[in-house]
Design a protein around this ligand. Structure first.
Ligand code: G4P
Length: 528
């Protein structure tokens, strides 16, 4: 195997999806603990707090105790390098969340054992399903009163229409929780209390029928054997192909707080989850083991330091071995970029990237020339697909408190749109700015950012528009006719692509009926 193929095979790039409070932060801390990335659990939150207090614009997030920004954490465990991409877990999530899921090869779905599938889990799951992202399920908080494990499996299967198979099986719950039988390894791992901050597994007994299990569990051994047999009877066996296609999820139980089940989860990610997958470009599939370096921008973080208008483009590498100082071709502008200052995201801190491999995320500081969806590659003209913009679910008009600052506002909005923080469109009649987002909280975050970063107090107000959809047609004359006849409801996005603003679902349907040659699109692939 080539060095490159070896590096690809040992990488796992994944995200955690969950409903708020299910334990994503705690689990992240424990995963990093195993990676030796942090000594003491609790540091992720503590560091997060420090970081948050540093930048003003995150005030809204801080006040609400949430984090809207995603981040990347890279750590090693065993023979593997894990890239964990954080997705915001609060109710109001942005396009960032969707896009982050375009940059991973698999996901871990964390559920609260007392609650099962909740609203946000479901929403995020749907995004994973759209992209066939394989999912490992971690049922957390088994140290508390929980739903019956059979009920939980049934809930996942019924609610998500996903085949389930037990990866592990819990012994007891709440104060009575003793550990898990790991189905795929045929071994019982006992939970040791008081091991919260140590990356060390509990006692292990091999073989479900062994005497060791009776010795360890006493009367409970019979119940465990019965339940495991029943679970095996009720659920299909683990089928890797089905998991990789996103049709089956192996389910693991544990308690992140008690550091239990975390090692089993890490091992499952190593053993079951895919290494970096081939990525679809416009012209062909790009294999990770190809020599030529390529990647795409899936996230932009701007103004991290309010004093400088700096931006960091997050790039998911798709192929080749990246080296510091390398020249990459920026496909949209056809310009060469000299990448000498890229950063890697090691859990403790950012580190300058000397080399990186497919599946890794590198950050390239820039002044706004890199946009979401842009492809970088060594030589070949490539354009990766599948990093779309989404039609916003909520629209509001925005204007400056001081009308003389309209131009400044326009510039600020353009930057925010390029960063992917929101959809920004300008109506053809009247030239009004309309901002589209996926969750109501984003309006507040944006208002705060525009005020603090650009020094422009703004007012958001309701509109009568139902949604904003991109317009497309193979027939340019038909498109022009539509636009001319409906000018009052046509706007342009920040890349000057035309957008239609229907007043209602019914209105949209009428337009579809009246103009069969026009496509009304909910997503847009990045412009060339
Ligand atoms: P989130 O990122 O998904 O929102 O969840 P987070 O990890 O912040 O966990 C939410 C709450 O659940 C926290 O309690 C956390 O300590 C608790 N928790 C996480 N995993 C477990 C577990 O395995 N067992 C039990 N019993 N609790 C768990 P909190 O009181 O809200 O916060 P904190 O004061 O503990 O930080």
């Amino acid at each position: 195997m080539s060095q490159l193929a070896k590096q690809v095979a040992r990488r796992r790039t994944f995200a955690i999806i969950s409903h708020p409070d299910a334990g994503k932060t705690t689990l992240t801390e424990k995963l990093l603990l195993y990676g030796g990335a942090i000594q003491l659990a609790g540091e992720v939150k503590a560091r997060g707090e420090r970081r948050r207090t540093r930048s003003d614009w995150m005030k809204v997030e801080r006040e609400r105790g949430i984090s809207v920004s995603s981040s990347v954490m890279t750590y090693d465990y065993g023979d593997y390098t894990y890239n964990l991409l954080d997705t915001p877990g609060h109710e109001d999530f942005s396009e960032d969340t969707y896009r982050t899921l375009t940059a991973v090869d698999s996901a871990v779905m964390v559920l609260d054992a007392a609650k099962g599938i909740e609203g946000q889990t479901r929403k995020l799951f749907e995004v994973c399903r759209l992209r066939d992202v394989p999912i490992i399920t971690f049922i957390n908080k088994m140290d508390r009163e929980a739903l019956d494990p059979f009920t939980l499996l049934d809930d996942i299967e019924q609610t998500l229409q996903l085949e389930v198979t037990p990866g592990s099986w819990p012994v007891g719950m709440g104060a009575d929780f003793r550990g898990c039988y790991e189905v795929l390894h045929d071994r019982l791992v006992l939970m040791q209390r008081g091991q919260r901050n140590r990356a060390k597994g509990g006692e292990i007994v091999t073989g479900i029928d062994s005497q060791g299990i009776d010795d360890a569990l006493g009367d409970r051994a019979v119940k465990l054997r019965d339940e495991v047999e029943m679970a095996r009877g009720l659920c299909p066996e683990f089928d890797r192909a089905s998991y990789l296609e996103g049709n089956m999820t192996p389910v693991f139980f544990g308690s992140a707080l008690n550091n239990f089940g975390v090692q089993a989860l890490l091992e499952a990610i190593a053993d079951l989850a895919p290494s970096p997958r081939p990525q679809a470009a416009e012209s062909r599939m790009v294999e990770p083991t190809e020599e030529q370096v390529s990647g795409f921008v899936f996230k932009i973080q701007a103004n991290m330091d309010p004093k400088h208008r700096d931006r960091l483009a997050f790039i998911r590498l798709c192929s080749g071995r990246f080296e510091r100082g390398m020249k990459l071709r920026h496909q949209r502008t056809e310009k060469q970029i000299n990448v000498h200052n890229a950063v890697l995201f090691l859990a403790q801190d950012r580190e300058r990237a000397e080399e990186a491999f497919p599946g890794d995320i590198i950050g390239i500081p820039n002044h706004g020339n890199l946009h979401i969806g842009d492809t970088l590659s060594e030589k070949e003209e490539l354009r990766f697909l599948g990093i779309p913009s989404f039609a916003p679910e909520l629209l509001q008009r925005v204007r400056p408190e001081d009308p003389l600052r309209a131009k400044h506002l326009g510039r600020a909005l353009l930057q925010l749109a390029e960063e992917g923080a929101a959809q920004i469109i300008k109506t053809r009649l009247g030239g009004n700015w309309i901002v589209g987002v996926a969750g109501a909280l984003q309006f507040e975050v944006l208002a705060d950012r525009i005020r603090t970063e650009y020094n422009i107090p703004v007012i958001f107000e309701g509109t009568s528009h139902h949604t904003a959809l991109w317009l497309e047609s193979d027939d340019a004359a038909a498109l022009k006719k539509f636009v001319d006849s409906n000018e009052a409801l046509v706007a342009d996005d920040h890349q000057n692509d035309p957008v239609f603003l229907p007043r209602s679902a019914w209105h949209l349907q009428c337009m579809k009926d009246d103009y069969p040659d026009i496509r009304f699109l909910k997503t847009k692939e990045p412009s060339r």
